[in-house]
Design a binder for this molecule. Structure first.
Ligand code: NCD
Length: 309
């Protein structure tokens, strides 16, 4: 498929062929990055980074990706510093930014905001997270990480643990893993389970999905364990967050005893769900995963701008 001009809004939009194509271009970018500090594929292009919610990795890796492709970046990291603070609508902000840039990356607290932006935008919109909805570029870098760490994605058993109700990275990720015949294990306390709509649809599509609240039994079966943070900002009741925030804590002792070969991932930021002594284990891939955000986002930017060669 030709990616030129498309928006990247949801994990649902990709076929297996599309995903393999992204993995291929990302691997190519990764190789080129290891030889050269920067490329000139996007010389003269400008990316708008509109971040209405906090971010470290998504914004900085997108900006790094654009710089390493020879392009420029404008944007804001807090809605409070843009005219949104004066009451400007999202549509008007997008229409205005369209006058300046060639591609937009946006993070916004509302589900559906990226689609809304894309509907009015004249340039491609890449969804950097819309509330508890989707986070497709993170899902793609997670897929790339599994590909690199495990030597391929097909057939790996992936356990996803934590706040599966509110976690947009897992909502996007499962829509990709389903194309690689990966058995999925959803590990969550009852109030934070993966939305039934998603679980039931995946099963109807033939995906092998197991649900449990028990991390150790899932860890024992997993090739990849994807830990996630309890999404404090999505809770209406702070007491409910306090009650659930310690639901799962992965420790080095647990990994070494139950499954020392597992690949451990986390989109980050980590709060308390992985103890820091896990970091030195060879399977602890989360900082390598963060690094992979650069070649994967370079691939996506170059692809939607039609400049991969
Ligand atoms: C995630 C996000 O913002 O959804 N972070 C990220 O992009 N790496 C995960 C999180 O905030 O828990």
């Amino acid at each position: 498929m030709d990616f030129e001009g498309i928006d990247i809004l949801s994990g649902k939009q990709f076929s297996r062929e599309n995903l393999d194509q992204v993995l291929g271009v990302a691997a190519d970018m990764d190789e080129r990055l290891r030889e050269d500090r920067s490329l000139d594929l996007l010389d003269g292009y400008v990316m708008g980074a509109l971040f209405f919610e906090p971010s470290t990795r998504t914004r900085l890796s997108f900006e790094t990706a654009m710089h390493r492709l020879g392009g420029g970046v404008v944007g804001f990291a807090q809605a409070g510093t843009s005219s949104v603070a004066k009451g400007e609508s999202l549509n008007d902000t997008i229409r205005t930014v369209n006058q300046y840039v060639d591609v937009i990356v946006m993070r916004h607290p509302e589900i559906g905001s990226a689609k809304q932006a894309a509907d009015v935008s004249t340039v491609p919109v890449l969804n950097g997270g819309d509330g508890a909805g989707q986070h497709p570029t993170q899902a793609l870098l997670d897929l790339y990480t599994i590909h690199v760490e495990r030597g391929g994605v097909d057939g790996n058993t992936i356990a996803l643990c934590g706040d599966l109700k509110n976690g947009r990275t897992v909502h996007a990720g499962v829509e990709l893993y389903k194309h690689y015949a990966c058995p999925l294990i959803f590990v969550a306390p009852e109030p934070l389970k993966m939305p039934a709509e998603i679980t039931e649809r995946l099963r109807a599509e033939g995906v092998d999905v197991e649900e449990t609240a028990d991390l150790e039994s899932a860890l024992a079966k997993a090739d990849v364990l994807y830990m996630t943070r309890i999404q404090k900002e999505r809770f209406e009741d702070p007491a409910e967050y306090e009650r659930l925030k310690g639901s799962y804590v992965l420790t080095r002792e647990m990994v070494e005893r139950v499954n020392p070969d597992v690949t451990i991932m986390h989109p980050l930021p980590r709060v308390n769900e992985i103890t820091t002594d896990v970091d030195e284990l060879p399977g602890a891939a989360y900082f390598r995963e963060a690094r992979n955000g650069v070649p994967v986002r370079m691939a996506l930017l170059a692809m939607v701008l039609g400049e991969t060669n």
